[in-house]
Every structure is written in structure tokens, then in C-alpha cells.
Design a protein around this ligand. Structure first.
Ligand SMILES: Cc1ncc(COP(=O)(O)O)c(C=O)c1O
Length: 394
């Protein structure tokens, strides 16, 4: 596929190789790669079996090493990150975060992790990583180039997530990468919120870009899948670590994810439009102190969103002006169009109260925070629903 194609066109074209969609010569065949469901794969003879080793994408070997359904998704995700050479798939976004981290650290190292990191990644760092002798130090999401002051002899890698989970601080990713690169430190980023469509993280200087495809790329709240896309420098370590941990992505979920990927652009633009309409309305309500939406000036790091991102998605938080947890619970429970549940990125709206666990941030909010995912419903209907919630908040 031509590297000159625009991202919207790459979303449509990527991963649709003839050998994965067609039965013979010419242009005939199906449009999207089908589900190849397999554990055992058969070889013509011993020579063919030996030629398939070591396992690699694009050569049938054994179910864990994938088949055209997974390879098509991996190739398409690589195409969405100019400068990347490979993508590995996992059974969840959490597995992708853990595998990416394990690919870059060794016992005795220290990992710098953004304080606004997703909770399960933080828990992984606090438990498994520490158990294997890797120290973890959290840094303020707004630290920027001052991260240089935290780098010591043992520092081995920097983990970013931008915007941060639930509090949405946007990081100065290029500044952090510019500090890391000359010191030989890999940068890993959880890029789930923006997806590579709105923020191609590898192009911004990151070495490993992680996406929980469970969210926007799948887009329909019906699958679990994670991906890590890497530069040449880290491709081998990522591949080896992922294989040694036995990771595999289900062909059915990979197929659904490719299906979701094709419409990512139109869905994200509608999430953006609806999200901003609702966010701006909320900002004008007396019960709301701040709207933590990367595309609005209230959000810490908004200037980096403006500089680096080509769009905003539908996930943001509101900080109430006073009130308590019971009021936040009344707000959420009074909503009909917003479901109460984990995850986000599907076509439907969600609302969930949140208490940040922060140890190194300049931003801390005592007041209740509720995270909203704005789906594809009409924003006026969502606003009418939120009016009911605010009336219940008191
Ligand atoms: C920012 C972020 N990263 C990673 C994950 C983990 O993804 P998964 O639920 O697919 O394990 C989540 C899940 O909510 C998330 O919000």
C-alpha cells in the first residue's frame, strides 16, 4: 500500500492483501479478510514444516501465531502509525500494556510511569513488576522536558498515557521523547483515547504505541483485544516477549476489530462532535466546576492537545462544584441514556463516578468526578438526560 495515502484511506485499504481476501488471480474475492479459526495447521511435508520456523506473521504455523485474520489487523494497525514496522496483538488492552512494559525492562531497572496512568497498568507495576525487581517511579503528567531531572542510573524506560485516565491531562509527548531518545530510553504510550487516527504516536517520537482496541477501534462494546505497535528498534524484543508469554488474540475478535477499524474515522468524528456539544453545555451549568475535556481550555495540557492531536474523542470528565460521593451516585443513577459500566469507546453513552489515585500530580480534585463517555445518540437527548442527573445531584 502506498505510504502517501491519507489516514482515512489507509483505514479502508490496509491489511486487505489479495492472499488474505481472494481465492485466485485478479481482483475478485471478498472485501474484508474472513475469520480463520484454527489451532492446528497442517503442512505438506517435513520440509514445509521446518520452513515455517521460527514462527512469523504471514506464514501459517500454529494457532497461537495467528492466521490471516490476525495478520490483517496487525498490518492495518502498523499502517496507521507511520514509522512503525510491526504490531503484536493480545487478548485485552491490559495484556498489551503489560507485554509492552515487560519487553523493555529487566530486573534491577526503574520504570518512570505517568501518575495519571490507567488503574490496571498501575496495579501491574505495583505488583508483578515490583515482584520481578523493577522499581517504579510516578511522574506528574505535566512534567514535560523536566522529566530529565528524574532520570537516574537505573532508569530504563518511560511510560506515558495521554490524555491520562479519568483526569485527562495531556502530556507534552514530543518533549518527553526528545529527552528520552538521546539517552537511549524507550518511550511507551497508552494511546487508547486518541487512537493512531487522531494521534500517530510513533511519528511523535514514541517507540511503542499501545491501544486497547476493546474501546474505539472495536467500537461496539462487544470484543476484547489489545495491540502494541513498535519501531524497528523494539520490534524484536516485543515479538520475542509476546511469544514467550504465550499471547494470542482470538480470530473472531480480530475480525470484529478489523471491521470496526474500517469505520473508525466517521465514528470518531461523531463522538467528537457529540462530546463537545455535551461538554460545552455542562461547562455552563452551575453545578459543574470544571470540564476535563482535552479540547477545552479547562483541561490541563490543552495546549498540547491543540498542537499535537488532529481530533478529540467522546471520553471526558466533569468535576462538580462541591457535593459528595452520594450526590455523584444520585447523578449517575438518575440517568437513563447513560449506562453504568466499565470500559468506553462503544456506540453508547456511559457515566461512572471516579476517585483518582495520584501520588505525584500537580492536579488533585477533592470534589466528585464523573467520567462520561458520549456515544452516537443525538446530543440533545443526552443533554436532556443529564439535566435529570443534575436535578438529582442537588
Ligand atoms: C486507557 C486504557 N488503557 C487500557 C485499558 C485496558 O483495556 P482492556 O479493557 O481491553 O484490558 C483500558 C480499559 O479501560 C483503558 O481505559
Amino acid at each position: 500500500m502506498s505510504k502517501d495515502l491519507r489516514p482515512e484511506t489507509r483505514l479502508v485499504e490496509a491489511g486487505r492483501r489479495r492472499e488474505w481476501t481472494g481465492l485466485g488471480e485478479g481482483k475478485g474475492g471478498i472485501v474484508n479478510p474472513p475469520v480463520w479459526r484454527a489451532s492446528t495447521m497442517l503442512f505438506d511435508d517435513i520440509a514445509a514444516m521446518e520452513a515455517a520456523n521460527p514462527p512469523r506473521d504471514g506464514t501459517l504455523h500454529y494457532g497461537r501465531n495467528g492466521a490471516p485474520t490476525q495478520w490483517a489487523l496487525a498490518e492495518a494497525l502498523t499502517e496507521m502509525e507511520p514509522g512503525a514496522v510491526t504490531t503484536k496483538l493480545y487478548s485485552s488492552g491490559a495484556a498489551a500494556c503489560a507485554a509492552a512494559i515487560l519487553s523493555v525492562v529487566d530486573a534491577g531497572d526503574e520504570l518512570l510511569v505517568v501518575d495519571s496512568v490507567y488503574g490496571t497498568t498501575r496495579a501491574f507495576c505495583e505488583t508483578t513488576l515490583k515482584r520481578f525487581g523493577v522499581a517504579v517511579r510516578y511522574y506528574d503528567p505535566l512534567i514535560g522536558a523536566d522529566i530529565a531531572g528524574l532520570i537516574g542510573d537505573r532508569t530504563r524506560a518511560i511510560f506515558l498515557e495521554s490524555p491520562g485516565s479519568n483526569t485527562f491531562e495531556v502530556q507534552d509527548v514530543p518533549a518527553i521523547c526528545a529527552v528520552a531518545k538521546p539517552r537511549g530510553l524507550p518511550t511507551l504510550i497508552d494511546n487508547t483515547w486518541a487512537t493512531p487516527l487522531f494521534f500517530p504516536a510513533i511519528g511523535a517520537g514514541c517507540d511503542l504505541s499501545i491501544v486497547a482496541c476493546t474501546k474505539y477501534i472495536g467500537g461496539h462494546a462487544d470484543l476484547m483485544l489489545g495491540a502494541v505497535t513498535a519501531t524497528e528498534s523494539w520490534a524484536k524484543r516485543l515479538d520475542q516477549t509476546s511469544r514467550m508469554l504465550g499471547h494470542a488474540a482470538s480470530p473472531d475478535d480480530a475480525w470484529l476489530t478489523v471491521r470496526g477499524l474500517r469505520t473508525l474515522d466517521v465514528r470518531l468524528r461523531r463522538h467528537q462532535e457529540n462530546g463537545l456539544a455535551v461538554a460545552r453545555w455542562l461547562k455552563a451549568q452551575p453545578q459543574i466546576a470544571r470540564v476535563l475535556h482535552p479540547a477545552l481550555p479547562d483541561c490541563p495540557g490543552h495546549e498540547f492537545w491543540k498542537r499535537d492531536f488532529s481530533g478529540a474523542t467522546g471520553l471526558f470528565s466533569i468535576v462538580f462544584a462541591g457535593g459528595d460521593d452520594a450526590a455523584a451516585a444520585r447523578f449517575v443513577e438518575a440517568l437513563d441514556l447513560f449506562g453504568l459500566g466499565y470500559s468506553w469507546g462503544g456506540f453508547e453513552s456511559l457515566a461512572i463516578p471516579h476517585k483518582p489515585t495520584r501520588t505525584a500530580s500537580s492536579n488533585d480534585w477533592e470534589e466528585p468526578i464523573v467520567r462520561l463517555h458520549i456515544g452516537l445518540e443525538h446530543p440533545d437527548d443526552l443533554i436532556a438526560d443529564l439535566e435529570k442527573g443534575l436535578a438529582a445531584y442537588g
